[in-house]
Design a binder for this molecule. Structure first.
Ligand SMILES: Cc1cc2nc3c(=O)[nH]c(=O)nc-3n(C[C@H](O)[C@H](O)[C@H](O)COP(=O)(O)OP(=O)(O)OC[C@H]3O[C@@H](n4cnc5c(N)ncnc54)[C@H](O)[C@@H]3O)c2cc1C
Length: 376
């Protein structure tokens, strides 16, 4: 593993940093306060070529790797974690999944606009009573001629309502449990497909999280992604890669809180910080550096074609716990600060929590990791 970014990786990460500082930062606090998703920001990411960083050029992407992609997500999340997860879901759960499992025709019709940024993507697995236990899903898809008819309700869908294209998982054979699950590509505006209530959230408040409702929703059989019965495998493979994005998002949040803590400590009037404060800063730095190595290691393994499921789970577990710990300590330190950055640090603290929950809670990451270790 090379610890230096290549020129191309450095250049795209720099582009993301410039965009984050000049275009994301100014409205981040207001978007959070008003729970406002800004579709214009996604359009700008597309214009800058940041909506398909690890996807091949032949399919509308930038042709870089997952290390560059993780760097982009980290930079965006330092400033606005809601934008970080919007792009992470779009790229790794949707773009990569279409690339990996789509037919050439599906790639032409759906992957190209996703990678170029003219279509925003969403991924919908979770249902009420079927989060960690995804195999308990109830949404059904019944084949009727050359279509499938979907019925059911999904919850907690990132980018929902704003997205143009959804990868939705539904059961085509209830006898087969997880082997009876299939994946579908569903476009916004398909009759029988409705967007439900918007979630009010603690953090990532400018990310759109909503329900999806399917009522006799007719989907052409051509929109089946992969083979019938392959949905569960596709869902889990998508999450393996998605967790690299979440680890990078958590890392960005932690780094931002740490930077604020350093700025504040340096600005204090005392000649030297107290020992307790020095110790907190050192612990923060150590955890962030470890999280960074884990996140980029997982990204590098995926790019190199090496097994990475255990590594992306470890990275997501450690980076999200680090984000929670570092932001909590930053809030504690800056509690004495009457002016500087308090509200941004409070936002980082709220944003950190969900990184321990989505794309598999950290309890589930521990199960994934231990099962992989014991299987080995
Ligand atoms: C803001 C947000 C955005 C989201 N975006 C998406 C999205 O885009 N697409 C999507 O499909 N889903 C999305 N989710 C759903 C998310 O992935 C689930 O919330 C998560 O998988 C947990 O499922 P659950 O909420 O049903 O909790 P449950 O599965 O009910 O778990 C509740 C608690 O029990 C623990 N637990 C459950 N099973 C076990 C076990 N076997 N061993 C130990 N502990 C266990 C969990 O860790 C958790 O602490 C999102 C969630 C949030 C909050």
């Amino acid at each position: 593993m090379n610890f230096h970014f290549t020129e191309q990786q450095r250049s795209v990460i720099h582009l993301a940093r410039e965009f984050a500082e000049h275009e994301l930062a100014p409205g981040a606090a207001q978007r959070d306060e008003h729970e406002r998703f800004d579709r214009g920001l996604f359009a700008r990411l597309g214009e800058l070529g940041l909506t398909g960083v690890p996807l091949p050029r032949s399919h509308g992407g930038r042709g870089l790797d997952f290390v560059a992609y993780a760097g982009v997500i980290e930079e965006l999340s330092k400033v606005c974690a809601s934008t970080g997860v919007m792009l992470s879901v779009h790229t790794s759960l949707v773009g990569w999944t279409l690339f990996q499992y789509g037919t050439e025709e599906q790639k032409r019709k759906f992957l190209l606009p996703v990678a170029e940024g003219s279509m925003l993507g969403a991924y919908s697995l979770t249902e009420s009573g079927s989060g960690s236990d995804a195999g308990a899903m109830r949404t059904s898809a019944v084949k009727q001629g050359s279509s499938y008819i979907l019925n059911g309700t999904k919850i907690f869908v990132t980018n929902a309502g704003e997205a143009d294209l959804y990868i939705v998982f539904a059961v085509t054979d209830f006898q087969q449990r997880t082997r009876g699950c299939s994946a579908f590509i569903i476009e916004k505006g398909t009759p029988g497909f409705h967007v439900g209530k918007k979630e009010k959230k603690l953090g990532i408040r400018s990310s759109s999280t909503r329900e999806l409702i399917f009522e006799d929703c007719r989907v052409p059989a051509f929109h089946l992604l992969g083979q019938e019965g392959e949905g569960f495998k596709i869902a889990l493979a998508a999450l393996d890669g998605g967790r690299i994005g979440i680890a990078a998002q958590a890392l960005g949040i932690a780094q931002a809180a740490f930077d604020a803590a350093i700025t504040w400590t340096k600005s204090r009037k005392q000649a030297a910080p107290e020992i307790a404060m020095e110790s907190i800063l050192a612990e923060m730095a150590a955890h962030i550096e470890a999280a960074r190595l884990l996140a980029y290691q997982a990204a590098w393994r995926k790019s190199a074609g090496l097994p990475y499921r255990t590594f992306s789970s470890i990275a997501k577990l450690f980076a999200s716990d680090t984000a929670m710990r570092v932001t909590s300590d930053a809030v504690q330190l800056l509690a004495q600060d009457p002016v500087t950055n308090t509200s941004a640090v409070e936002r980082y603290f709220r944003d950190a929590k969900v990184t321990q929950i989505y794309e598999g809670t950290n309890e589930i990451q521990r199960l994934v990791i231990s099962r992989m270790l014991l299987a080995d």
